[in-house]
Design a protein around this ligand. Structure first.
Ligand SMILES: Nc1ncnc2c1ncn2[C@@H]1O[C@H](COP(=O)(O)OP(=O)(O)OP(=O)(O)O)[C@@H](O)[C@H]1O
Ligand SMILES: Nc1nc2c(ncn2[C@@H]2O[C@H](COP(=O)(O)O)[C@@H](O)[C@H]2O)c(=O)[nH]1
Length: 172
């Protein structure tokens, strides 16, 4: 939780780390750019991507919108030996682990549920229902954190970004 913020900061700090751009059926938030933050696609387009086998993994996240990792860019980055990062939810991580057990799986955890609530309220982009959904997802994901190889507590952003950067570069 807080993965989006962490990964955006890592991208700026370490342009050599390749970060996958996911496809999603959700709408852009203010400031999000198509093709940079996500490929914002329609429900029909997402379904076609699944049918054509274009996604390495995909999931319905927070019970609402679908998110998925385009397969070809990942294959290309790995073939080029680039340090690579996928920012995906628990369901996606489980799918990728089935085909890439050798990858390093890092769980990003908020300092506390209270702080997570404060951050979501502070962002102000979700209504009460959506915020509630996100908190339930966070609880489910935290209960599964043992499935991951490493845990980073996203308390101080700079510290968390440095820890993530070190893990990605080491795992290469
Ligand atoms: N280390 C941090 N310190 C302070 N605020 C943070 C920190 N990390 C994230 N935030 C804030 O918390 C809010 C939610 O974070 P973010 O957008 O990264 O989560 P998300 O991408 O929606 O969720 P997920 O982690 O499930 O992908 C944002 O407003 C973000 O600015
Ligand atoms: N399984 C996947 N999950 C993904 C992917 N891209 C993002 N995500 C996860 O979705 C939620 C919500 O993100 P938000 O941008 O709407 O806040 C978050 O947990 C992401 O990790 C993906 O390609 N596959």
């Amino acid at each position: 939780m807080g993965k989006g913020t962490l990964v955006r900061a890592l991208r700026e700090r370490s342009p050599d780390i390749w970060v996958s751009v996911s496809a999603t059926t959700r709408s852009p938030r203010p400031g999000e750019v198509d093709g940079v933050d996500y490929h914002f696609v329609s429900d029909d387009d997402f379904t076609h991507m699944i049918e054509r086998g274009e996604l390495l993994e995909w999931a319905t996240v927070h019970g609402t919108h679908r998110y998925g990792t385009p397969r070809t860019p990942v294959d290309n980055a790995l073939a080029a030996g680039k340090p690579s990062l996928l920012e995906i939810d628990l369901q996606g991580a489980r799918q990728v682990k089935a085909s890439m057990p050798e990858a390093l799986y890092v769980f990003i955890e908020p300092p506390s549920m209270d702080e997570l609530v404060r951050r979501l309220v502070g962002r102000g982009t979700e209504d009460d229902l959506e915020r509630e959904r996100r908190l339930r997802t966070a609880e489910t994901e935290m209960a599964a954190s043992k499935e991951f190889d490493r845990i980073i507590i996203n308390d101080d952003l700079d510290t968390a970004v440095s820890q993530l950067e070190a893990l990605v570069l080491d795992a290469r």
